[in-house]
Structures are given as C-alpha cells and as structure tokens.
Design a protein. Structure first.
Length: 224
C-alpha cells in the first residue's frame, strides 16, 4: 500500500529519520519528500512546517506526488483539560478548525465548513476503529486546530468549551485536504505540554513525545 506521512516540524521528524529504515530523498515543490519501505508499505513522508497553511500545502503535494491511499500524521499536542499528562496518547476522531468562521455570511455554525454537518471535520472512522482495536488503551479525542501555539489557560478553557480535549496547529488542514482528495486519514497525538504547561514544557518534551507517537504509528502500519 502507498502511505503518506505528514510530520509538522524537524524535532518530530527526527523519530522518522532515526527509525533505522533506508530512506531516500526527493526534492519537490520546495520541500523534501522522504521515501522508504516499512512493513511492506511504500512510505512517503514530508515535513510540513507549523500551521494550517503549510500543512495543507504539504498534504496536497504529498497526495499528488506519491499517489498515497492513506495519509498518516503523528506528533505532539497540547492538553486543554487538567487531567491529561505528558506522553498520554490519542487517536483523533474529529477536529474543529477554531479560527475558521463564515457564519456571518453563510447558513452554518461558527467554525463549520458547509460540507460537514457540524463544526467538526471527521477523520477516517475505519482507521480510528482499527487503531482502538489494536491498541485498546489509545484514547479517542477531538482536537482544536488553528494557527497559534496555545499557552494561556483562558485560551485553553475557551477551546475546551468547544468540546475539544487537545490542540494542535495542523490536523484541521491535513484532514480537510484528505477529505477533498478522497484519501483516508489517521492522526496519532501525544501530549507534550499539559493544561498547566507552556512553551517551555513543549520544548522539553517534544522529541520524546513525538517518538512515543511514532512508535504507535509503526505498530499500526503492521496492521494496514
């Protein structure tokens, strides 16, 4: 199977590059696409960079260049509720792009894209079910995704009030571009900064937490 992997930043990419697989590089569209084989799959991976704009561009590029049937994402995430701990693991069920709002001019809810029945962009239900079947301790989660690193507690509380438990800066774009292209999408997230944490906690934990998330992704690759 042809599988694409979207990885946001260099410190998360480290886990993939140090996986022990033989990796080749292809320069395309101002980015590097990394090619390898894992568990019988043709893998193409790209580092998107922070934020929804770069994530959307990287996802579309990867789909067009690799012809992937599934796009996987792994990386770190921030907690929006107090009970979550560093290295807690999640599979993303759906995501709210909290910075998107056309409700003043279109008959939709705040944060809702017209293609979806509510303000949440869904990820592939079958892949989410597979992840939970193979890893029973993996928690299902809803993500608040936007272009800001969320650090202030009042911002975390506001996003939690949308029905979200964690936040990131890329998965809304990845999931939406996959749906537009009819490509299945799965995302595994690992806490790097807690509800009480900040950017310092992110910097301290990002490499370790990304490695934990990638470990889960590798387990799931064996089942696809």
């Amino acid at each position: 199977m042809k599988i694409g992997i979207i990885i946001a930043i260099e410190r998360e990419l480290k886990a993939f590059l140090e996986s022990g697989a033989e990796i080749t590089e292809e320069k395309c569209g101002g980015r590097i696409i990394y090619h390898t084989e894992m568990y019988g799959h043709e893998i193409s991976a790209v580092k998107s960079g922070y934020g929804e704009i770069d994530a959307a561009a990287a996802t579309q590029l990867l789909i067009l260049i690799s012809g992937c049937e599934i796009v996987l994402n792994f990386g770190v995430t921030g907690a929006l509720i107090p009970e979550l701990c560093v290295e807690d693991l999640f599979v993303v069920k759906k995501v709210c792009h909290y910075e998107y709002d056309v409700s003043p001019i279109d008959p939709v809810k705040e944060h809702q894209y017209e293609e979806y029945p509510d303000e949440f962009i869904p990820l592939d239900a079958g892949l989410v079910e597979l992840a939970q079947k193979e890893l029973p301790g993996l928690m299902e989660v809803t993500v608040a995704s936007g272009g800001r690193f969320i650090e202030k507690k009042e911002d975390k509380d506001a996003l939690a009030a949308l029905g979200c438990q964690i936040c990131d800066m890329e998965i809304a774009a990845i999931a939406r571009i996959c749906l537009i292209n009819n490509v299945r999408c799965l995302s595994i997230k690992c806490i790097s900064d807690t509800y009480a944490g900040d950017g310092g906690d992110f910097n301290q934990n990002v490499i370790r937490s990304a490695g934990v998330a990638f470990g889960v992704l590798k387990q799931l690759l064996q089942k696809l």
